[in-house]
Design a protein around this ligand. Structure first.
Ligand code: T1G
Length: 686
């Protein structure tokens, strides 16, 4: 018997336990002994029933994702499930923790499923650019109905053990000793006698399906997939379960899976799955973490309030500091309003809202921050103001408290150098709205203590953030690259493209929206203020702002917005302004295609990422991908700028950058040496 699969006999019930830390993935070294054990137990008259359980913190969390892209070693999961369905004696899956993907499919091969009430059961393959490839698209609808199955599989969102029981996916839920309860349940099923019908032969729930309603649901779900193949394949596979005999639907699932698993989109999404986990592996990650119990936030504006909510949502008591009682009350009122909106949308209960509001303590006195273990300033983006705040924090904060700045651009080293404890200083760059956006750039300053960095990185997970450690430079990783991506925007307009054409090239690429729509959403006055502070100009955007065209909030920006609508409408006045500015500059308009737009925006994006990598501002190319997918909406099906750059090919990117550098003379197109090296050698490093 293998160390990954063991069998114990409990009063005639065979308990098979899988033990493959950390998540009991169905690796080959699990599948082989599991298959052999099931064959032996199928033929063993002493075993009147079989329970499949897992050791450790969770039931099987899926196939082993690291095996994808390699030759499949038999027995594959489908063979194990097919074997299970030939066993006449009752088979029971005992689910704790998470039963995900192939784990749930293994459980669907059993006659029965029992679970901890708080377990999670789901088929998240779509998040990897896949579909359930172990029969999940054909078996799940047979237990929960086609509509529920479609929603679960296309969203990839798991449900709880309690919900699974109500839906018919789980036969019994337990609190307490799951294995003992599962063995007893199996024994009772055996004593009650068969026949025990495998899921594949249970069609009653399928018969309820109204195909037209199912198709309407699938069409509605398809609207949100924005160029991703897997969600559409998931819907096709579930539809096959309704319209085709079981074995034909199963074969069709296998074909759809084979196509997806070898495609770029799934490779991109699997890359991101591991990239997010790699990003959390910061130097010193195993050091003793500092104890964080109470968090202080300085500034109760949009960012400070959002950050405070992020911590309260994670269960942390928060002290919110403002300069005056009036400003504080304004901030607390905004937080209360945000929670009220969540309650009205049904995404938060009233009780949870009250519980979270109970975690806030407001103050206008810095002394009230003395008991905080982490203090984050989210005040005006001005170095003098930030240094003043840090000076006050230095005077009141307890020894060992971590002092963080939420600055988007400013030099964290300079802030750290302004106080007596630079080892406790780092950046925590949240993205607005901070209680919603997942990305958190953790800025490692030159003197930041490793344990402080490890503490905040670990804390990020606890508040549901995806953390990436970045170095100090203007704009760190995300905003620095955003500047590179947008450097050519006005030149494209002056040379003949319209805002709508540029935005369409972006949305066709898979972005949620293009740069001009995004500017109107965020407010053009923000960029205008930043440019003025840095002595920069933008001929068209500055004129729009001088005309009070700040975007959606003023009803006009790059586009026009009919009263109350957020739908952008092309504005002839803007087109005329662009043409007039071009004429002043002696630029004759020409047709500009989507390919050129992508080359002059996304290739500089990749190039700047290469420079960031070369300067050590990011530790890995995949960290840059994590930043852009979680903070800027880079399409997940393209894996992030650096993964996509690899798909485009470094040689092609260098060649096109050189073309644009030659024709425009602008430095943004100067290929980074590391990108040239990648083009020549295929490797990032020297
Ligand atoms: N395969 C390989 N490694 C995995 C893995 C998996 N399925 N899931 C997690 N890991 C690694 C992960 O990389 C990390 O490694 C460690 O385990 C802890 O993970 C045929 C085709 C289960 C909710 O998509 O959602 O089945 O960084 O940090 O936060 O139809 O892991 O420590 O070296 O995420 O407690 C479907 C993916 C697969 C579930 C636990 N299943 N995993 O979260 O820990 S495809 C999934 C998760 C499939 C079938 C199809 C989470 C978790 P390292 P972690 P966690």
């Amino acid at each position: 018997m293998s160390s990954f699969v063991s069998v114990a006999n409990a009063n005639g019930v065979a308990a098979v336990t899988i033990d493959n830390p950390p998540v009991n993935a169905l690796s080959f070294h699990v599948r082989k002994p599991l298959y052999e054990a099931l064959i032996a137990l199928r033929d063993d008259p002493a075993a009147k029933a079989i329970v499949i359980a897992c050791a450790g913190r969770t039931f099987v969390a899926g196939a082993d994702i690291t095996e994808f892209g390699k030759p499949v070693e038999q027995p594959e999961l489908r063979a194990i499930i097919a074997l299970l369905e030939t066993i006449a004696k009752p088979t029971v899956a005992a689910i704790h923790g998470t039963a995900l993907g192939g784990g749930l499919e293994l459980a669907l091969g059993c006659h029965f499923r029992v679970a901890d009430r708080g377990a999670k059961l789901g088929l998240p393959e779509v998040k990897l650019g896949l579909l359930p490839g172990g029969g999940g698209t054909v078996r799940l609808p047979r237990l929960v109905g086609a509509a529920k199955a479609l929603g679960m599989i296309v969203s990839g969102t798991p449900i709880s053990g309690g919900e699974a029981k109500a839906a018919g996916l789980v036969d019994e839920t337990f609190d307490g000793d799951l294995l003992a309860n599962a063995v007893r349940f199996a024994s009772e099923m055996a004593d009650r006698g068969g026949p025990f019908v495998p899921v594949r032969d249970r069609n009653e729930r399928l018969a309820e399906t109204v195909l037209a309603a199912f198709d309407a649901q699938a069409v509605d779900l398809a609207k949100k997939t924005r160029g991703l193949e897997a969600p559409l394949a998931c819907a096709d596979a579930v539809r096959n379960a309704i319209t085709l005999p079981f074995d034909e639907a199963l074969a069709a699932e296998r074909q759809l899976f084979a196509k997806l698993v070898s495609g770029d989109q799934s490779r991109a999404q699997r890359h991101l799955f591991f990239a997010e986990r790699e990003a959390a592996k910061v130097p010193g990650k195993d050091l003793q973490k500092r104890r964080i119990e109470r968090v202080g936030i300085v500034g109760a504006g949009t960012m400070g309030g959002g950050i405070a909510m992020a911590f309260a949502n994670g269960g942390f008591p928060v002290t919110l500091l403002e300069t005056s009682e009036e400003a504080l009350q304004r901030g607390l009122a905004m937080i209360e309003k945000n929670y009220a909106v969540s309650v009205s949308r049904g995404s938060l209960t009233e009780a949870a809202k009250q519980q979270r509001l109970g975690l806030f303590k407001g103050s206008a006195d810095y002394g009230d921050l003395a008991d905080c273990d982490l203090i984050i300033e989210a005040v005006f983006e001005d170095m003098a103001v930030k240094k003043e705040v840090f000076g006050k924090l230095d005077a009141v904060a307890k020894p060992g408290a971590i002092l963080a700045t939420n600055t988007s651009y400013l030099d964290v080293d300079a802030i750290a150098a302004s106080i007596s404890r630079p080892q406790d200083v780092l950046g925590m760059h949240f993205f607005s709205p901070a209680n919603v956006m997942k990305l958190l750039e953790i800025v490692r300053a030159g003197k930041t203590a490793p344990d402080a960095l490890a503490t905040v990185t670990d804390l990020a997970r606890r508040i549901g953030k995806v953390a990436v450690v970045v170095g100090v430079c203007h704009g760190f990783v995300g905003n620095r690259m955003l500047s590179a991506r947008g450097a050519e925007n006005e030149a494209l307009l002056l040379e003949g493209a319209t805002p709508a054409q540029v935005d369409k090239a972006f949305s066709d690429f898979g972005w949620p929206m293009g740069p001009f729509q995004m500017g109107d959403l965020a407010g053009l006055d923000i960029g205008w203020r930043n440019r003025k502070a840095r002595g920069q100009t933008a001929v068209i955007a500055d004129t729009l702002c001088e005309q009070g065209r700040f975007g959606q909030k003023t009803g006009r920006g790059w586009y026009r917005y009919e009263s109350g609508s957020r739908e952008p409408v092309a504005d002839p006045e803007v087109d005329a302004l662009i043409r007039a500015k071009a004429a002043e500059l002696g630029i004759a308009p020409r047709a500009i295609g989507a390919g050129e737009i992508i080359e002059r925006t996304l290739y500089p994006l990749v190039n700047e990422g290469a420079k960031i990598l070369e300067e050590g501002i990011a530790a890995r190319a995949s960290d840059i991908d994590v930043v852009w997918v979680n903070g800027y909406g880079f399409p997940i099906g393209k894996g992030g700028p650096m993964f996509w750059g690899g798909l485009e090919g470094a040689a092609r990117i260098v060649e096109r950058l050189e073309h644009w550098h030659h024709s425009t003379g602008r430095a943004i197109f100067e290929p980074a040496p590391v990108l040239r090296r990648l083009a020549e050698t295929g490797r990032w490093e020297g």
